[in-house]
Design a protein around this ligand. Structure first.
Ligand SMILES: [Mg+2]
Length: 316
């Protein structure tokens, strides 16, 4: 356990050198530490791999404050899952609530007992490590519990190869929640997570065949792989999916098209699989993009005409 913890990396963000020195001194025997003296520098640090396993974030800083930095971290799919703990001299109840609102996992107020601060850090690092391991081993998304991107990629490649071999049609559905950033900004990060879970389960239940795979593809993106499914059958599933999310009636006052959370859906079918699975992925992706362009809350269906495009690319 000790060895694993020594590998964990913590980013400490604070504008005062004395605070950084105290925190780094406390953490150094157990973790690898990186420091940033303001929000801009913190975000810069998050552009390089390996990403930290935890972030300790001061609230009052010149320029961007801690809340703003946290919102940016949680808005970026690449950094969204890194736990953030606020460390600050502020201790009003409102500030604490705001910290959780923007997506922090914990809140430590100065002056803090070094032992308690260290224990909290250790707990969150351990939780993150277990969550990461489960995701890796089970191929499940930590938040929603449905298959993750890794499982999606493996399943897609295996099933696509089978379709090529037996020349069976193959469909792919891509889904994106409409105005999800506005939802998060308005209702807060916790409600945003709840919304993601509800939508994920709703999509998952609308595509119930065991031959299919429904996965969380990215932040607010989901995807269904439908092997041996022609366009007509896949369109039925796509309609069920869009209806099931509408039926959830999750309130969304910031949506520009409805009172409730809606999704944009892209469907692409390869009736005669050719070339690489990635071609179909980019078509499904393009279909979602068109659904967005056309006003969202709808399905765009790329059927056989698109086969010409696939063949064209495959023959080059
Ligand atoms: Mg400060």
């Amino acid at each position: 356990m000790q060895e694993k913890e020594e590998l964990s990396k913590i980013l400490v963000v604070d504008d005062e050198k004395i605070n950084i020195d105290v925190l780094v001194g406390l953490l150094k025997p157990y973790y690898r530490t990186v420091v940033a003296k303001d929000g801009m520098q913190a975000l810069k640090r998050l552009e390089t791999q390996p990403l930290p396993d935890l972030i300790l974030l001061d609230i009052i800083m010149p320029g961007m404050n801690g809340y703003e930095v946290c919102i940016k971290i949680k808005d970026n799919p690449a950094t969204r899952d890194i736990p953030v703990i606020f460390i600050t001299g502020k201790h009003e109840e409102d500030d604490e609530a705001r910290g959780f609102w923007v997506g922090a996992v914990d809140y430590i107020t100065k002056p803090f007992s070094p032992l308690i601060a260290l224990s909290r850090v250790k707990n969150h690092i351990e939780l993150k490590r277990r969550g990461d391991m489960l995701e890796r081993l089970a191929g499940l998304d930590g938040l929603t519990g449905i298959p993750n991107r890794r499982q999606f990629d493996q399943f897609l490649n295996a099933e696509w190869k089978r379709s090529l071999r037996y020349n069976r049609s193959f469909s792919l559905i891509f889904i994106d929640i409409d105005f999800f950033k506005l939802f998060n900004d308005h209702y807060g990060h916790t409600k945003g997570d709840e919304c993601l879970k509800k939508v994920a389960h709703s999509i998952f239940n609308a595509a119930p065949r065991t031959e299919d795979l429904t996965a969380r593809y990215g932040g607010e993106e989901f995807a269904c792989i439908l092997p041996e499914t022609g366009n007509e059958g896949a369109l039925k599933v796509a309609r069920r999916i869009i209806e099931s999310v509408r039926a959830l009636k999750v309130p969304h006052v910031q949506s520009k098209i409805a009172d409730y959370v809606t999704i944009s859906v892209g469907l692409a079918t390869a009736s005669q699989p050719l070339g690489r699975a990635l071609n179909l992925v980019s078509l499904a992706d393009k279909a979602v993009y068109q659904a967005k362009e056309k006003g969202r809350n709808q399905i765009v269906n790329f059927n056989d005409i698109e086969q010409l495009i696939i063949r064209y690319h495959a023959s080059r």
